[in-house]
Unconditional design. Structure first.
Length: 179
């Protein structure tokens, strides 16, 4: 009897991965493993999530990793922060479909991966806004999907105030995030 390996994994394969403390994601059918985040990374995630929670009113919700964002049968992400505007997207499995906004906090081990593989898949799968927060550079870059690609629409660094024109009234004092 011959057995063939699956060339492209799906959500069922993803859910069959045994819990071993690692962080797994599935992009275009390929499994990716990322190390546990550092305290600096987690501190920034929580501070930024609090600010976004204060801004986005119900029915929108802000979620932090780990949570499965099921973008399709071959794509399951665990972004650092996901903002969901449609309550029906939240299920017992996780977030079903593209959230309004995803934030990835860059680290030395995941920065290139977050900027390339993840951003490309997020854009292709309908995530309207992708933000990249870099704690070492003390900077946030904001991208908006236009067609199948992202375009930079806002950025700030250091002690500046991040203003994003797609989100009226949102102004993030960045120095509060880096402390």
């Amino acid at each position: 009897m011959e057995y063939a390996l699956k060339a492209r994994l799906d959500y069922g394969d993803y859910t069959a991965i045994p819990g071993d403390g690692q962080r797994y994601e599935l992009f275009d059918g390929d499994i990716h493993v990322t190390p546990a985040p550092s305290p600096l990374h987690q501190r920034l995630v929580l501070r930024l999530a609090r600010r976004l929670q204060d801004y986005f009113a119900p029915p929108a919700e802000v979620f932090v990793s780990p949570i499965d964002v099921i973008l399709g049968p071959h794509d399951v992400a665990q972004p650092d922060i996901a903002v969901v505007a449609q309550p029906h997207q939240v299920s017992a499995r996780g977030i079903e479909g593209a959230p309004l906004l995803i934030v990835e906090v860059l680290s030395p081990t995941t920065g290139t991966y977050d900027r390339t593989v993840k951003s490309q898949r997020y854009s292709a799968l309908g995530v309207d806004h992708d933000w990249l927060a870099d704690p070492e550079a003390r900077a946030i870059e904001c991208y908006r999907r236009e067609g199948r690609f992202y375009r930079a629409v806002a950025a700030a660094e250091g002690e500046a105030i991040l203003v994003h024109h797609d989100f009226s009234g949102l102004a993030l004092q960045l120095d509060d995030l880096w402390r």
